[in-house]
Ligand binder design. Structure first.
Ligand code: AHR
Length: 320
């Protein structure tokens, strides 16, 4: 970023720090994917809260799951001469041109929760979990849980082409590698939504003798797992017992399902990507400090033995 622009923005942050008036020092555009899951809703809520805490004027654009809408929103932010851009990229490819445009306009871009295949010089940093690790943790949990028993797994993938769908699949396969008793027999996208998770699980159940040949479902997020749980119940089976359920996100509803014995394990993804993003942005604008290209958030495994009721109570009012 040019020094003059850095100095102006740094002065804006300083002004904000020196006043109690809720004046907006900087304006940040946020291109959000949409609201496909409880986790996504929480990320939006937390991003607004983190912006408000810092007196940042947040311009929010909901892309309704479409990359073309995200590209339009980013171009509009650039045209408005905004100070920085946050984007949660719906898919991993196709970002080079618009990221180049932001770079040419001297506007730093921060990726939230998903990655892209563009050159790293085109964005300031990416705040994400280790998406491969999440899948691996889920796979390792299942391998430990089933031991040497045979286990046919059906997989509900996230949005096709998105980095979590690609990486969580890869990670899970790594987690079960070497356990020849565990096999992924069916795998299809449920687009990270409850409705599609349920629909796809219904088709898996039909194709697998009403579910008799399914030992476990691995869902790339909890919302699809919740949809799958409903489908399993409607098929007359007990989720969590007849068919194990392992997923990712740690949204409140999965803890209710765990408490009822209907889900077995989830890997937590924090919805607070914006806090670390705004901190990195401030350091960059204040003093030119370049953040690392990847700011990694933590992933934690929860099972039925982690007091799911208490976790539900702790999370239920956090914007999910
Ligand atoms: O990119 C993060 C994923 O996107 C979350 O796991 C899922 O719920 C979401 O919609």
């Amino acid at each position: 970023m040019k020094l003059r622009r850095l100095a102006v923005l740094s002065a804006a942050f300083a002004t904000l720090a020196a006043t109690t008036v809720a004046a907006s020092a900087i304006t940040v555009g946020f291109s959000q994917i949409g609201s496909e899951s409880g986790w996504r809703a929480a990320e939006t809520t937390v991003t607004r809260q983190e912006a408000e805490k810092r007196g940042i004027d947040l311009k929010f654009a909901d892309a309704q799951q479409k990359q073309e809408n995200q590209i339009k929103a980013i171009r509009s932010f650039i045209a408005q001469g905004i100070d920085a851009i946050l984007v949660a990229p719906v898919v991993a490819t196709g970002w080079d041109a618009v990221l180049e445009e932001a770079k040419d306009a001297d506007i730093p871009v921060i990726l939230l929760d998903r990655t892209v295949d563009s050159d790293k010089s085109l964005y300031l940093t990416a705040v994400t979990s280790d998406l491969v690790h999440e899948g691996k943790v889920a796979g390792e949990w299942l391998a430990k849980d089933v031991g040497t028993n045979p286990c046919n797994v059906v997989e509900l993938q996230g949005t096709t082409g998105s980095s979590p769908a690609i990486d969580r699949k890869k990670g899970f396969e790594e987690g079960i590698a070497g356990h020849d008793n565990i096999k992924i027999t069916r795998s299809q996208t449920g687009d990270f939504t409850r409705t599609k998770g349920k629909e796809v699980m219904e088709s898996f159940l039909r194709a697998e003798d009403g579910g008799k040949n399914i030992c476990a479902v691995y869902a790339h997020n909890d919302d699809m797992a919740v949809g799958a749980i409903q489908a399993i119940k409607e098929a007359g089976l007990k989720p969590g017992t007849d068919i194990k359920v392992v997923s990712i996100d740690a949204v409140p509803d999965i803890f209710l399902a765990m408490e009822a014995g209907e889900a077995n394990a989830t890997v937590e993804l924090t919805p607070n990507m914006a806090g670390p993003a705004f901190d990195a942005l401030k350091a960059y604008l204040d003093s030119g400090t370049e953040p690392p290209k990847w700011i990694q958030t933590e992933s934690k495994l929860y099972t039925q033995s982690d007091d799911p009721k208490a976790v539900y109570e702790a999370k239920k009012d956090l914007g999910y």
